[in-house]
Write a protein that binds this ligand. Structure first.
Ligand SMILES: Cc1cc2nc3c(=O)[nH]c(=O)nc-3n(C[C@H](O)[C@H](O)[C@H](O)COP(=O)(O)O)c2cc1C
Length: 196
C-alpha cells in the first residue's frame, strides 16, 4: 500500500458524534461533540474537548457537570442541528422536539431519545489550543431497558448507533468479530465420522 504524507491533522475516524447536555432546567443546553473518548476504566473517566466560544463551554466551566448521550441513526438530524446552531440563538431542545429527563446524579438533564446517557462530573479542564479538554468522571450510566436481556447483558449493537467519519454521518455496518475472537479456540465439532 503506498501512502502520501500530510502534516499532522485530526483524522481519527470513526468518532462517536455524541449529544452533550448541560445547564439546569431553565438554562439547559445541548451540543454535538465529536472530540470525546474513554480515558480510564476504573474510575470510569471520559473527556470532551470544547472550543471556548461555545455556549456549552461557559455553562460546563461554571457548573462542572454534563451528560454524554450516545446518538443513533434516528437522531442524525438533531446531531447535525445541535452541532451547527448555538443555544445563544435558540432553545435547541424545542427546535428539534427533543425531550429531556431530569438528571439523577447531576443537575443537568439527559436526552430521553438516547439509548445510553452518562452523567459526568468535571475533574480538570486542560487548555490545549483551539479546544480545552474537560476531563470528567462518569458517575452513572442510564441504559434503555430494551437493550438489556434477561441475563442482564447489554446489547448496544442493537441501538443503531451513529458514527462520524470525516464530515459525514454513518450507521454501523455488520458485525465482523468480537473481543478476543482472533485467539479463541474453536469448539470441537463432532460429525458422524468423528472429530472435525
Ligand atoms: C459532528 C459534529 C461534531 C462536533 N464536535 C465538536 C467538538 O468536539 N467540540 C466543539 O467544541 N464543538 C464541536 N462541534 C460544534 C458545536 O457542536 C457547535 O459549535 C454548536 O453550535 C455549539 O453549541 P452551543 O453554542 O449551544 O454550545 C461539532 C459539530 C458537529 C456537527
Amino acid at each position: 500500500m503506498s501512502k502520501i504524507k500530510w502534516p499532522g491533522s485530526v483524522l481519527l475516524a470513526p468518532v462517536p458524534p455524541v449529544l452533550v447536555t448541560c445547564g439546569e432546567v431553565a438554562s439547559e443546553n445541548i451540543l454535538t461533540v465529536g472530540w470525546t473518548g474513554v480515558l480510564n476504566t476504573k474510575p470510569p473517566m471520559t473527556y470532551i474537548s470544547l472550543r471556548p466560544s461555545r455556549l456549552s463551554y461557559e455553562i460546563i466551566a461554571k457548573t462542572r457537570e454534563f451528560t454524554i448521550n450516545l446518538s443513533t441513526v434516528e437522531l442524525v438530524k438533531a446531531v447535525d442541528f445541535c452541532g451547527v446552531r448555538s443555544g445563544r440563538e435558540m432553545n435547541k431542545f424545542e427546535m428539534m422536539a427533543l425531550a429531556s429527563i431530569p438528571g439523577d446524579t447531576v443537575k443537568c438533564p439527559m436526552l430521553a431519545a438516547s439509548p445510553l446517557s452518562m452523567e459526568c462530573r468535571v475533574k480538570e479542564i486542560i487548555p490545549l489550543g483551539t479546544h480545552d479538554l474537560f476531563m470528567a468522571e462518569i458517575l452513572a450510566v442510564h441504559v434503555e431497558d430494551a437493550l438489556i436481556d434477561e441475563s442482564g447483558k447489554l446489547h448496544l449493537d442493537k441501538a443503531n448507533l451513529l458514527a462520524y467519519v470525516h464530515g459525514e454521518y454513518f450507521g454501523l455496518g455488520e458485525k465482523v468479530g468480537s473481543f478476543g475472537y482472533s485467539v479463541r479456540k474453536k469448539k470441537k465439532r463432532y460429525t458422524q465420522f468423528g472429530k472435525k
